[in-house]
Design a protein around this ligand. Sequence first.
Ligand code: JFZ
Length: 322
Amino acid sequence: RDARMQWWREARFGMFIHWGLYSIPAGTWNGQRIPNVGEWIMNTASIPVADYKALAPKFNPTGFSAHDIVALAKSSGMKYIVITAKHHDGFAMFDSQADPFNIVAATPFHRDPLRELAEECRRQGLKLGFYYSQDQDWTAPGGAAYKTGNHQPPTFHWDKAQDGDFAAYLHTKAIPQLKELLTNYGEFPVVIWFDTPTKEMTPALAGEIVALLKEHPNLIWNNRLGGGYPGDTETPEQYIPPQGFPGRDWESCMTMNDTWGYKSYDTNFKSTETLLRNLIDIASKGGNYLLNVGPDSHGIVPPPEVERLRQMGQWLSVNGEA
Ligand code: JFZ
């Protein structure tokens, strides 16, 4: 267990990447600025499944460069990357045989950014992990949804196309896709980052996922699977715990502005000094800092984010350890 956690405990600084179809609307739908984080736009604006799925043929992020993103992370002093393989919208940012709503099958891009990132991380000596929304899935029948707006219980679905059986969703989409992620990318992923469990994730269903994870003894996974499983890491979000988490590994994930997924008009960026102070504060308490970037619909990391990462890297090259 300790050998498995060693690289992670020494890492201190990683890059979170929230990237998906939501980078196309970028916070605006039908001419309206939609509140809340950008990657939640489908839920916040109650976008019908068919309308949201119609974004896929428009997604052609030819500006994406795995080389440049990994090099950016590396020169910023980051030791690992965690990217959204599938967020709550259900769109897979990887080549999936299990479900056709994915970047290779459903877009003109036809490339698998996770494969390209895995190759570059291997080359440039960084670790790679995958975020996977195992519970919420707003485009797969039976996938769960958290409530926003006036979505009604018990399902909080806003489109009949979302109705279905949660266990069936898990067995036909989530678990098969997790198997793909765990077997198709060589030495990666070394982290699976689960998120937003609901009551639907019973101990029995979560146990099926845990059995799969245990086939990969070097894998690290967080505390957001559900079903009562504590996972390996605590995940304080947008804050730094005053005393850390004595006896537990932990990682604060944070945004640079006020969204994870790209929003064209969110310019509320923290200063480089604040970001560096966060990193120092977290490191001094024994945690890791997972700092987010949100590439746009062309696959480009917004310049204000690049600028701050470069400045952090410059500071670390003078004052840091490695
Ligand atoms: C979740 C996601 O819904 C969000 O889109 C993003 O991916 C983020 C990293 O994770 O949002 C959360 C999850 C947990 C808390 C808050 C927001 N929490 O525990 O306070």
